[in-house]
Design a protein around this ligand. Structure first.
Ligand code: SF4
Length: 504
């Protein structure tokens, strides 16, 4: 193997190029041969630092990225495996991490993952026992040898985020979560896919202004009309292709050779714009048949990179009424230093409800509340008396079912989500910020519902405490407390809040 991805990302003389490979649904045969031959061609080309391999994309079963990754590493090409939280609980996840360590695969892209898709006899169970921030922390602890078992590992773990959200709420939540991920030791980041240079610039400006700089790769896709249509319809979670861009791609492809040339030109232009803006590298997607098209893109980049500023206007595909954190610089069409106002807030009625919940929580569920020690003593006594325990548990269940659609997890996390329930109201049970799949403020999984983080942001914004969403790591729920009283668990220090493992 030549230089590794990790070496390249810290080598300032090198602009890092990675590309995504998608394993097929077969264990051998044509799809595996195609992926292997693309990887081999990329290796001989010499300009690719690593290939990334997706993990059951779309939630459907496909060949394991770990197995394929090992074969590619053996050929001499470095690999980044996608590692999602969808299909395994924390035990399976830790076991998979050990497997990767054993296979010598060091680079991991930690992701929450798309929702569960179809498998044997129907849709698979969506696990989401950990979210991507907890996964990052778990891998970090494995590196440090601070998990209670196992040897020290040597992972190089990155994360993904999306600058391409249309609303203030989703945009800020994405950056808040990135802040947590960088705090949780993400060593690199890869953006979601979009075609808006100002948004790409915004992501770097936020990193600079919030002191969370992390080597970041911008995503570039080799857009063809069919894929552009699917993306434009919102069928690929988190990806943004606007109707105007779709129309342009469809026009270009009226003649196939013209369309092919336009695809190469657009990818090369966006890649050099990203380099000019200060991205550490580019992550290419859409390479399914062979390496040749990407090779042409890389050749073209070399020829045009000095003119990157001329191409910024080619990536002006804003979403309708889209929010930008920074005002537009009229000279460049990118971000100026001036911040745009943040205006989001919740309705007066919802704000009032939120204030009541906060007051109740402060009075009864703070260890340093005035009567905290009295509650703890009382709970210790109730815990020993089955009938009293049952009475408390019933009162808790009934009231919280009505107010929060509580699912009796026994390890309540509503206070971290502005008093919304991550178990009942987020299909991926995210505890540290939204997944990347929301669209126009609506949930990826239930598009008829607001994303729970959108609602939480509005509540915190209404009391001017948006940044609260970056202040703490929220550990995963403790399954051993399922169907027990979260009130008693809290006061007896049994729940995740009695744990300082994840606190900053
Ligand atoms: S509620 Fe938000 S974070 Fe949860 S699955 Fe839906 S879009 Fe993702």
């Amino acid at each position: 193997m030549g230089s590794t991805f990790r070496e390249d990302i810290y080598d300032s003389s090198r602009f890092v190029i990675t590309m995504e490979l998608v394993p097929g649904e077969q264990s051998k045969g044509r799809s595996v041969d195609t992926v292997m031959s693309i990887a081999e061609d990329a290796l001989s080309d010499g300009r690719i630092s690593a290939v990334t391999i997706t993990d059951n994309p779309g939630g459907h079963p496909s060949l394991s990225p770990d197995v394929l990754g090992k074969e590619i590493v053996n050929k001499g090409m470095d690999v980044i495996v996608h590692f999602t939280c969808r299909d395994q609980n924390r035990v399976g996840i830790e076991s998979r991490a050990l497997q990767l360590g054993h296979l010598g695969i060091k680079n991991v892209l930690a992701l929450t993952g798309d929702f569960a898709g179809e498998g044997f006899a129907g849709q698979g169970a969506p696990v989401f026992d950990l979210d991507s921030v907890s996964l990052l922390l778990m891998l970090k602890m494995m590196d440090e040898g601070t998990l209670s078992r196992g040897d020290r590992e040597d992972f190089f773990v990155g994360c993904a985020f999306s600058p391409f959200k249309r609303t203030e709420e989703e945009s800020l939540c994405q950056y808040f979560k990135l802040y947590k991920k960088v705090g949780a030791a993400a060593r690199f980041a890869i953006t979601q896919l979009g075609y808006d240079a100002r948004k790409f610039h915004e992501a770097l400006c936020v990193q600079r202004d919030w002191g969370m700089q992390v080597p970041t790769l911008g995503s570039v896709y080799l857009l063809t009309p069919n894929v552009a249509k699917v993306m434009s319809e919102g069928k690929v979670p988190g990806v943004v292709v606007t109707p105007r861009l779709l129309e342009m791609v469809q026009r270009e492809w009226k003649e196939k050779s013209n369309g092919h040339a336009a695809t190469i030109e657009r990818a090369a232009r966006l890649a050099v714009v990203l380099k000019g803006l200060g991205y550490r590298g580019v992550h290419f997607g859409g390479i399914h048949k062979g390496f040749e098209t990407l090779s042409s893109v890389l050749d073209r980049m070399e020829r045009i990179e000095k003119r990157w500023r001329d191409f910024v206007p080619d990536f002006d595909f804003p979403q309708e009424n889209g929010f930008y954190l920074y005002a537009r610089d009229p000279g460049t069409g990118l971000c100026s230093k001036e911040m745009n106002p943040r205006v989001s807030k919740t309705s007066p009625a919802d704000k009032a409800v939120f204030q009541v919940y906060r007051a109740i929580h402060r009075a009864f569920f703070h260890h340093d509340a005035p009567f905290g020690s009295i509650y703890s003593d009382l709970c210790a006594r109730l815990d020993k008396r089955p009938l009293s325990y049952l009475l408390v548990k019933t009162v808790e269940d009934v009231s919280k079912k009505i107010l929060f659609s509580c699912q009796e997890c026994g390890d309540c996390g509503i206070q971290h989500l502005a008093f919304l329930c991550p178990e009942s109201q987020c299909s991926k049970h995210t505890r540290n910020g939204p997944c990347g799949g929301s669209r126009n403020g609506m949930c990826e999984v239930h598009p008829e519902r607001r994303c729970v983080w959108f609602r939480a942001y509005r509540r915190w914004a209404s009391v001017n405490q948006r940044e609260r969403m970056t202040e703490e790591y929220v550990p995963p729920r403790r399954w051993e407390l399922n169907r027990t009283s979260s009130w008693i668990n809290f006061h007896l220090g049994r729940d995740h809040q009695g744990e300082d493992l994840f606190k900053k």
